[in-house]
Design a protein around this ligand. Structure first.
Ligand code: ZN
Length: 707
């Protein structure tokens, strides 16, 4: 499937549909991953599988805010699966259950004693080990030779990283010893990590190369281990600590402690701060001391692991499906520190959202220098009464961006004032409004706002708007940066300005451009000087106004002048929302108050008016030409499409319905008359069945529109 076909389908999705579609894809891809990797019995071809992944990616590209950490594009079974082959773990690589306080230690110990039917007087050895915050690995040795390396993956399947693992200097490629014979088959397990200093150095190099920075040492280790080129892995100075085993033939140790002794003897690095404890009190005190030395260690640890020392006991106690019952991880609390909030900056995102960012007196929190914190939104600042100049407690938990936990009231200076959140966009001074059901304040400047301009221009020339060939996203980026196109009207004066003596070099002298390509672009632009009203309105990117709404508006108001007059009357301060014009707008079927407010606030902006005026000097806006058949089976019916149509695109199918006088809706409700179900129709078709709504196939539908 071509990417274009995918994106055309995706363009038609509403956000709600996208959420459902992503959920569906998540389950489907997971199912096929499982069939393919775990059962060796795929039900679909590789190409069909790729199609699912491509669709998932396309939806995520359009709605980046919907990307979940568990998305198929992010998780194992996603991209890495393409890079590395799979390794099945003969003995599953389980994770550990977490505990969080001293009471949990007591509970853990008494549970173990119960399982083993030991009374409180009998001895129970617990191995206490720092928990490295790195990436789990498995290294299989045959006759003492490293033959296979893998990641943990999902616990039963990992990725084959043999070549990469072999580049880690600290991990022996060959195990030998006279003291402790090496088992013929031995799978050593442990953690790959990167030192804090190496992490900082690596990020400095990344920065100077203009590459992406790693959020924390664990991410850096994971990213380095999963390089396609083992030479890159080698350059990253990765380290290992081993602490467990998987498959083993003729095990020669009977405790965790003696296993660690063997590892040391074979030259495999083990954590030096491991201790055998006999009492809960001793465990607690070791936890405290490890916790205290955390900041001074070269590497990140995120807790302490307690394991029953005796292997015989471990086997007697056994495991649950996800985790062994004979071990737990005691996690540290998130790291906190106090510092001064120097300033609150408001950033304007590409979609116009105003986001507050706190600038801190830089401070070291668990080995990472923190100088910015997220303040989430306006109401969060109000709720916590966060002021510039306040002393604040910040918290960093794992790779989460640090946040402010609270303000230290006792240290508040006398001269501070509650933060007043701007009601104007700091970039363009347009009004920034907070819609009723939203926490985010947004700039209403739209095309006139420099923070949003580039994204808006890309939308302006996109396929369903002006559809200008050759004016792609990268060209818009370039031309905006070069001051060639700053607002929509500039697109249509581009050719004229390019031929004038000019302080800019002509486009044809730009890298990658020539006389022919420049001429081709000008031609493409000129071909779009006439546009239908609905497309024009869509191009403006009015908030809450999608293609369906622009059609409704174009049908109702016929011309841009009429529309502007009517909307002006609807927003007049004297009458405003009580005006006849406002009621007319809200009464258009398919337009509610929310959409109406998007429309009125857009047209009441002087800057937007100016943009439209400038455009009108360059282009012709034509009324929407549709010959609507009002005497068809579909007339006045509400139609919903679901599933994949194979004989026509969604857009065509919708247009045809509208030309028969039907209304096309995205969701099934009691008001729906007909559901057209294509291939793999999902929840919408089910809902229609429940509601007793007529469901027709694509073929039936083609018959309907042809009669
Ligand atoms: Zn703005």
């Amino acid at each position: 499937m071509k990417k274009n076909t995918v994106s055309r389908e995706v363009q038609l999705l509403s956000k709600k549909e996208a959420i459902q579609e992503l959920q569906k894809l998540f389950l489907e891809i997971r199912k096929h991953d499982n069939l393919y990797y775990n059962n060796d019995s795929p039900e679909i071809t590789d190409a069909e599988y790729d199609k699912l992944k491509l669709l998932n990616l396309a939806i995520e590209e359009r709605f980046p805010e919907l990307i979940k950490t568990k998305s198929p594009s992010k998780t194992v079974g996603g991209e890495p699966a393409v890079k590395f082959s799979r390794v099945r773990h003969t003995v599953p690589m389980l994770s550990l259950a977490n505990i969080f306080n001293n009471d949990d230690i007591e509970k853990f110990l008494s549970r173990i004693r119960q399982e083993l039917r030991l009374d409180f007087t009998s001895e129970l050895e617990i191995s206490v080990e720092p928990k490295i915050d790195g990436v789990s690995f498995s290294a299989l040795y045959e006759n003492g030779r490293l033959v296979l390396g893998s990641t943990r993956g999902n616990g039963s399947e990992g990725e084959n990283i043999t070549q990469n693992l072999k580049t880690i200097a600290g991990l022996p490629k060959i195990l030998t010893s006279d003291l402790h014979p090496v088992p013929k088959i031995l799978e050593i397990r442990g953690e790959v990590f990167i030192n804090k200093n190496d992490f900082l150095k690596l990020n400095q190099e990344q920065k100077s190369k203009g590459s992406k920075l790693f959020a924390n040492p664990r991410n850096a280790a994971a990213g380095s281990l999963r390089q396609i080129d083992p030479l890159i892995t080698q350059s990253r100075n990765l380290r290992v600590f081993a602490y467990a085993w998987g498959t083993v033939e003729n095990r020669t140790w009977d405790t965790q402690h003696s296993y660690l002794t063997c590892l040391k003897d074979w030259g495999v690095p083990v954590n030096p701060d491991t201790e055998i404890c006999l009492t809960a009190d001793r465990i607690k005190s070791v936890f405290r001391s490890i916790s205290d030395m955390r900041g001074t260690l070269d590497y990140d640890i995120d807790g302490v692991v307690y394991k029953v020392n005796s292997v015989a006991y471990q086997m007697q106690i056994g495991a649950l499906s996800k985790a062994p019952k004979w071990a737990v991880a005691h996690k540290f609390e998130a790291e906190r520190a106090s510092t001064v909030l120097k300033k609150i900056d408001i950033q304007v995102g590409r979609t116009g959202a105003l986001t507050p960012v706190g600038r801190l007196q830089p401070i070291n929190v668990g080995g990472v220098i923190v100088s910015n914190v997220t303040l989430h939104n306006e109401s969060e600042i109000k709720r916590k009464d966060i002021r510039e100049g306040d002393t604040v407690i910040i918290q960093r938990a794992g790779d989460v961006i640090p946040q402010i936990i609270k303000v230290v009231q006792e240290k508040r200076r006398q001269d501070t004032e509650p933060f007043s959140y701007p009601e104007q966009c700091p970039e363009c001074q347009s009004t920034a409004i907070c819609e009723e059901d939203e926490v985010v304040r947004r700039c209403t400047g739209g095309l006139a706002c420099p923070a949003q301009a580039v994204e808006r221009l890309k939308h302006f020339v996109s396929r369903n708007a002006f559809d200008i060939e050759g004016l792609g996203k990268n060209t818009i980026d370039d031309f905006y940066a070069q001051n060639r196109i700053k607002n929509p009207a500039d697109i249509f004066t581009l050719e004229l300005r390019d031929s004038l003596p000019h302080n800019l070099k002509p486009i044809r002298s730009n890298e990658g451009w020539g006389r022919t390509s420049a001429a081709k672009l000008f031609k493409a632009i000129n071909e779009r000087r006439t546009i239908s009203l609905d497309r024009f309105l869509f191009a403006l990117g009015i908030r809450h106004v999608g293609q369906e709404t622009t059609k409704l508006l174009a049908r109702k108001y016929k011309s841009i002048d009429m529309l502007q007059d009517q909307i002006a009357a609807a927003t007049a301060t004297a009458t405003g929302k009580n005006s006849e014009e406002y009621l007319t707008l809200c009464n258009i079927k398919g337009i509610g108050e929310k959409i109406a407010s998007g429309i009125t606030s857009f047209f009441s902006s002087d800057q937007n008016q100016k943009i439209i005026m400038e455009l009108q000097k360059q282009i012709n806006i034509e009324p929407l030409t549709e010959v609507v058949n009002t005497n068809s089976f579909l007339t006045n019916k509400t139609v919903v499409f679901t599933g994949t149509l194979e004989k026509m695109s969604r857009t065509t199918a919708k247009n045809e319905a509208e030309l028969k006088g039907a209304r096309v809706s995205n969701s099934v409700s009691a008001k729906t008359d007909i559901v057209v179900a294509g291939q793999n129709a999902g929840s919408k078709a089910r809902k229609a069945t429940l509601l007793g709504i007529q469901i027709v196939s694509e073929d039936d539908y083609i018959q309907l529109i042809n009669t």
